[in-house]
Design a binder for this molecule. Sequence first.
Ligand code: SF4
Length: 513
Amino acid sequence: MSELAERFETHDPGEKLVAEKIRCDACPVMCYIADGRTGACDRYGNVGGRIVRMDPLTILDHAAETGAAIVPFVAEGEAWDGELVNTGRRFVTAIGAGTTYPDYKPAPFIVSQEVEGVDLVTVVTEGIFSYCGVKVKIDTDRHIGPETAIVRSQGEAIGHVTTGEYGSQMLSLGGVHHLTGGSKAEGRATCDALLNLCNRKPVELAIDGGATITVEAGKPPVIDGKQEHRMRVGCGSATIGMFATQWRGLVDEVVVVDDHITGVVSEHQAGKVLGWQDTGIKIIGRRSTPGRYFKVSEPGLGWGGTSISDPLSILGEWNAKKGARPGLSLLMVSTTGEQFAYYELDDELKPVQKPFPERLQKSVGLIEDNCEPALCTVLFIGGAGGSLRAGVTENPVNLTRSVQGLTTYVTVGGAPVYVWPGGGITLMVDVTRVPEGAFGYVPTPALVAPIEFTLRRDDYIRLGGYEAEIRSVDDIVAKGGEYFNSRRGTGAAVSNPWPPLAQLRRAASNETG
Ligand code: SF4
């Protein structure tokens, strides 16, 4: 049983109230926590008779932009190290802020900051996302499983294989149906996998009728125990187009083996333009257009995402009337350049493998050089619901309209997000841009993610914001908040813009545009 599953087992919301225990009301589970212990999610504890958020509130320093922690933890009541706070480019994230739950109360921190003469407000809260999941992009040509196949973690269904993209396979994991719509075990396994993926930890996923993959954000995928190194340079047809000139004069025929489109240089438009001679080659597959073939094999873990290990298996009889002759040379290569072989036709017009010639090494190496490193990308996707929005404004729909109207800039742990057009606030964020360990969970089950809304102070007041709750960064650094936790400073990632400035610039371009 996973550590998370044990926590689900041992913390029951119906647990009998014991006198010395106090109740945490930061989520619907309502744990009763004894002194010196933490609640089911480990995020809140009973410290000396009061509920304390156990992780520090994280404040990013955008002046340093080192991406690394630069100031140690500041214990509650201790003075802040002044070095960091004087940069003037701080951002109070929602990491460690606490939640707005139950809905009626304002967000834990509503921070004012003046930037280039404009008063801005950032509303900071840890959102509880029942509607959430991750989209995973796995850079590989290899067949990992059929589209719509179930993806499992700890034996439970937690998502499915979705539409593949160019050079990558895609998974859609989590979502409310797996989190809360199935068995308890399914919900726990889903929550566990999502939490680990969002916190950039490796997770093993098994696909029904397909591969077992270890996915870790920002790292190469490991497919059936084998680490992927490169994503393909392009489909077989594109590879022919890119490298046809390199092969001209060095070899009589080139076949780029690919599960999507296998390319044949002598027939391909690129080869025709360069004056390539016919070779009488025959590809077993569905011809799309000249020199481009679909379905030369079933998808798999072999050459170019096909199931083949012997590339000759996709060739038919060579035709002497159309140019085949003894001694004709043939290069077969995969779309990543990882597999390649060289053949010459014998007197019977049968290809015979020969030592790979030096003259072709460079072109095969060029394919490899043009392949980008294969990585796993994990995007957290979540919908900002009622309690979260109510913590920002007394009239929650105003926040939705403000986000959709680009008046409010949304970040997750200071990282920029993509907000889906249409109704509601459905956002996506690359988890590698969010500070490590920013995601948590509650056993309902749901994920907890930091979320910040930055907008002009006058706009905030206009949409019904909690004006009386607005505080300065200095005040928050010095005094903290209702959950008595410490504050810590850390360098912001270089790739993330300082949210107050990003908001200001966006608002300016919105006005002029
Ligand atoms: S699960 Fe965590 S947030 Fe929810 S009541 Fe228990 S300690 Fe508080």
